[in-house]
Design a protein around this ligand. Sequence first.
Ligand code: NAD
Length: 436
Amino acid sequence: MKIAVVGTGYVGLVSGTCFAETGVDVTCVDIDENKVEKMQNGVVPIYEPGLELLFHRNIEQGRLHFTTSLEEGIKDAEVIFLALPTPPGADGAADLKYVLQVADQLGHILDHYAVIVDKSTVPVGTGEKVQAAIAANAKVDFDVVSNPEFLREGVAVDDFMKPDRVVIGSTSEKAAKIMDRLYHPLVRSGNPIIHMDLRSAELTKYAANSFLATKITFMNEIANMCELLGADVDLVRKGIGTDSRIGKRFLFAGIGYGGSCFPKDVSALAMSAGEVDYDFRILKAVMDVNHGQKTKLISKVSQYFDGDLKGKKIALWGLAFKPETDDIREAPALYNIEALLEAGAKVVAYDPEAMENVQGVLGDKITFAKDAYTALEGADALMIMTEWQLFRTPNFEKIRTSLNNPAIFDGRNLYDVNDMRQQGFYYVSIGREVAK
Ligand code: NAD
């Protein structure tokens, strides 16, 4: 089987590499010449655990190829995945220009039957637009399928190789069969391939991400209540998470969700609702609460310094929007950096994987440390933005002696409050008592 993946980012590269691992011949297409050149030279352009091994193996075995030419990439491909960006437009709705541009190009160059698979997260009705854009010029038969992707950055390879479920939205039996054949190796343990119509598949992805964003946000609101009522959000979390109807996952309070998906998908679903005159009130509240949550710690840092952050040097641990990725899109750390700089503070940051990306955005507005402890030297306080494993059991003695003040503002609730009190730290976390 030969397939093409158009758009070789976090989703496209992981999908392409994982399909190659099942024996399929995969060509990844991207317009970014630098990226393609890197991949052709055997360099993985993103950080994703476990990807490198599969990437090299499949290149060596001749099943994974890269090109900037769409025409070359789709040659003889039975399935053509679109894993293209769908960023928020100025109004918060998903911008479909990348997807529709490629659809239009496909109409001109497609010379054989193929299943065109929309893997990008797109609003309901996009499949029909893709169909129309290709059909406007196509001289051959084709089918359009929606196959939303549920992988999580940081564990993307595992998620892709062993998905909880695969959703396929299509009304064509022929296309559905081809998709089943492609996905069969990934669902051998019995997880389902769920077939549905195109519109339901498109909405499924937005519903999943918006539900998860709502779950996190609900817990953040409970955390905010805990602070006001003298309760502990970690205990409440355990108390409710053991209820199987609620479940243990996605209940961790913190400084809000970020990343390339939740913020834009919640916003896009709210916009889609507006377009059909539906007022999706929960989503508006979720966006509003999350916005405030991201920089919630800043006022507490400021309070610690009697309202004046001017000239204070703040060490930041973690820049990526979550651990095990170098992705900084919508990362809470960026919002905190902006607020700190605005208040006149200086920032020195450390992240195991995301510093290069942040440097690309912020240049020399902040400084970067070579390791976690160097970041603390001469700093007035430590803020924790990302729950990298590396930060979970640090050398507290070293933290205390490196910092000018033993003050930690932890946006991810990594440490035990009593333990921190005993160790003499001023320790502020989310939804828990302040240790003084
Ligand atoms: P990304 O920005 O990492 O990758 C997109 C790639 O497409 C880039 O490499 C870009 O150069 C390329 N591209 C842009 N225009 C192109 C064109 N005309 N031809 C060929 N390549 C082109 O994006 P991503 O994070 O992989 O997300 C892709 C889609 O998948 C989005 O709709 C996103 O919402 C969805 N999604 C993402 C995740 C995730 O965790 N990142 C998970 C599930 C779904």
